[in-house]
Design a protein around this ligand. Structure first.
Ligand code: HEM
Length: 466
């Protein structure tokens, strides 16, 4: 008898399913009827990979944009892609519809950094990691590191006095040490050499072919990664024994009530070193080049920094920088902003459509890669007139929303931006007040490794002012 009462229930469930199925079919047919963005997919499988990598990638992006407009399709590294270069489209992908576009990286990078690192994660796990990372990098937290960063900057510059140096290499050592400070606090000095030895082997494999057999670069990197994880596990267990509270990134990870596993902590520490080091070092290298090429800007920055030194002399204050001093550097800040714009060291980022998405009457099919082209936006003459000119004064006016994104935008935007700006300002303070430098050789070329860099990492000679 009960069975007869169930019939209408089953029937209604069946009709709901049928209705949903037809609706999805209709929706997917409707979106599939939309045209793909303009552009070409090139040769089967190879696509346009050669065209992209046989020249400066920015020339490829710019010529495509000129031909097809601010949204176009292409095919690189075996993947169909849609590239977008308008502030509105970048906001759509990274902010307003970010749930439709997941972060995506080559599998080899995921294995090396660790698959539980913040970059690859989404949803609740990502939100939790982000909260923990931000806790360690908000201005309130970063403030406490000013004097330690200053010691690292002074020591670095002193060790380079009178020498012919490759700027990028030396800046990488500086930014590595600052990254360790932000992760392990004052303890970093104890672990610096071991971590450096392993990390320097690991990073050599970041862009290698993922072939894990003895002797390959990838294999050596994976071994170094394992050793790095063991060192981190030891540091974690030592901290657990002391039961002290720490205000650094490791302290934030370990203090989480729900707890992260040691593996999750290791993946994210290695990830933060990766995100923090070459990026900031590359920006510092560009700043040193632009200041060298623009004597009037260098003079203005030097005057601003010397005013801070003289202000302290007048009041009989100790000659150490404070957080408040870093707020008295508007010209230096504009130089940093303009460098971030002109150099646009991260020319673009990657996402992948998790569903068919309609944008401005075009279909972005599920599974396609989507690349917001930051550099094209930063070099648009409609947004930044005379875009190739290095002119920090343009930042006297705040840029329009979504037009200036050196640190990305939305849920995956850079949580380390305050630290990056602080360490750049501290180094520039000592560099401009105590040193002069001259560039050696020709410096007009750009190399990609993978960040845009002045040719040969900018060889310079650093001399102490008398
Ligand atoms: C000038 C230097 C830097 C630049 C230009 C930069 C730029 C960026 C950009 C554009 C993104 C977003 C990528 C995307 O949306 O796919 C990002 C993410 C990230 N950055 Fe930075 N970054 C810099 C320095 C740092 C530093 C110093 C740290 C750490 C101390 C850091 C940690 C991170 C992390 C953890 C993420 C991933 C965030 C997430 O997925 O939620 N970055 N960075």
């Amino acid at each position: 008898m009960a069975f007869y009462f169930m019939i209408p229930l089953f029937a209604s469930i069946f009709f709901i399913f049928l209705f949903n199925f037809l609706l999805n079919l209709f929706k997917s047919k409707k979106s599939r009827d939309l045209p793909l963005p303009p552009g070409t997919l090139g040769w089967p499988y190879i696509g346009e990979t050669f065209q992209l990598y046989s020249q400066n990638p920015n020339v490829f992006f710019a010529s495509k944009q000129k031909r097809y407009g601010s949204i176009f399709k292409t095919h690189i590294l075996g993947c169909p892609c849609v590239m977008i270069s308008s502030p509105e489209a970048a906001k759509f992908v990274l902010v307003t519809k970010s749930h439709l576009f997941k972060p995506t990286f080559p599998a080899s990078k995921e294995r090396m950094l660790g698959k539980q690192a913040i970059f690859f994660s989404q949803g609740q796990y990502h939100a939790k990691l982000r909260k923990l990372v931000l806790r360690a990098f908000v201005p309130e937290a970063v403030k406490s590191f000013v004097s330690n960063i200053e010691s690292i900057a002074k020591d670095s510059l002193q060790s380079l006095e009178g020498r012919l140096i490759t700027t990028f290499q030396e800046m990488k050592t500086y930014t590595f040490n600052v990254a360790l400070l932000s992760i392990f606090g004052e303890d970093e000095v104890k672990y610096r050499e071991d971590l450096k030895r392993c990390y320097y082997i690991l990073e050599k494999g970041y862009n290698s072919m993922p072939i894990n057999i003895p002797g390959t670069l990838f294999n050596k990197s994976m071994k170094a990664r394992k050793e790095l994880a063991q060192i981190l596990a030891k540091i974690i267990s030592t901290r657990r024994e002391t039961k002290q509270e720490y205000n650094d990134l490791l302290g934030s990870f370990m203090g989480d009530k729900e707890g992260l596993t040691d593996e999750q902590i290791a993946d994210n520490i290695i990830g933060v070193i990766f995100a923090a080091r070459d990026t900031t070092a590359s920006v510092l290298t560009w700043i040193i080049k632009y200041l060298g090429e623009n004597p009037s800007v260098l003079q203005a920055v030097t005057d601003e920094q010397e005013a801070i030194v003289k202000g302290k002399e007048k009041c009989g204050e100790e000659q150490t920088l404070s957080w408040a001093d870093t707020k008295k550097m508007p010209i230096t800040s504009r130089v940093i902003q303009e460098t971030l714009r002109v150099a646009s060291i991260l020319s673009f980022t990657f996402r992948e459509a998790v569903a068919d998405v309609e944008y401005e009457g075009y279909l972005i099919p599920k599974g396609w890669k989507v690349l917001p082209l930051f550099r094209n936006i930063h070099h648009s003459p409609e947004i930044f007139p005379d875009p190739e000119k290095f002119d920090p004064s343009r930042f006297e006016v705040v840029p329009k929303p979504n037009t200036f994104m050196p640190f990305g935008n939305g849920t995956h935007s850079c949580p380390g931006n305050e630290l990056a700006k602080l360490e750049i300002m501290v180094l520039l303070h000592h560099l401009t007040t105590k040193y002069r430098w001259s560039m050696v050789g020709t410096n007009s070329g750009i190399q990609y490794g993978p960040f845009a860099l002045p040719q040969n990492g900018l060889p310079i000679r650093l001399i102490r002012k008398s």
